[in-house]
Design a protein around this ligand. Structure first.
Ligand SMILES: N[C@@H](CCC(=O)N[C@@H](CS)C(=O)NCC(=O)O)C(=O)O
Length: 200
């Protein structure tokens, strides 16, 4: 039986839940209350020494790091496949995930931290600059999408990895934007998928 140690609103848990749903896998959820620091208890640290969610266990296999968990699920439960068969295309998929999560992270965290401040203390300039930088970086994904429905053509681990970030970018008002028309429609399309609806 698969178990997911989960915090409901965590984007890192959400991307794993999207893949579990896309593969129609049943699993048990173990709620971990991050506000109560349940991720830092000695027992939890035995599962994930980083002290973070998610953790996924599967018949004695214990895994952490959401994108690594998703690759494991795709390799072990291969239907439907969520990565291309071709090694070069697989590598490109990983580049897109790294781009969307890693490369965008600087301005994304800047925006997040600034908007978490008291409204009076927020800098409009910092917020506007972070949004502009994010929109500039998102052009790469706008181009990658082209006329396709999903980032690799068919739904893949790339879409699952990035959707929690896109929904947050939407929450911050970065998207939709006139400069990113395809991405805007893509996020709407993604939100119609049952696996994504379930995490919203
Ligand atoms: N790279 C990790 C990041 C995991 C992560 O940062 N999880 C957050 C929740 S979204 C967490 O557990 N934060 C609590 C903490 O750091 O103490 C992954 O992809 O799984």
């Amino acid at each position: 039986m698969i178990k997911l140690y989960d915090f409901k609103s965590s984007p890192n848990c959400q991307r794993v839940k999207v893949v579990l749903a896309e593969k129609n896998l049943s699993y048990e959820t173990v709620p971990i209350d991050l506000r109560a620091q349940a991720q830092k208890t000695p027992d939890y640290l035995k599962l994930n020494p980083y002290g973070k969610v998610p953790v996924l266990t599967d018949d004695g296999t214990v895994l952490y790091e959401s994108c690594i968990i998703n690759e494991y699920l795709d390799e072990k439960y291969s239907k439907p496949p969520l990565m291309p068969a071709d090694p070069a295309k697989r590598a490109n998929a990983r580049i897109l995930i790294d781009y969307g999560l890693g490369h965008l992270d600087g301005p994304y965290q800047k925006l997040r931290m600034e908007t978490m401040k008291d409204e009076k203390e927020q800098s409009k300039e910092v917020i506007a600059a972070a949004k502009a930088e994010l929109r500039k970086l998102l052009q790469r994904l706008e181009t990658e999408l082209g006329d396709q429905s999903y980032l690799l053509g068919d739904f893949s681990l790339v879409d699952a990895a990035l959707i929690p970030r896109f929904t947050r970018l939407e929450g911050f008002g970065v998207i939709p934007d006139d400069s990113l028309p395809r991405l805007g429609k893509y996020v709407e399309r993604m939100k119609e998928r049952p696996s994504v609806k379930a995490i919203l």
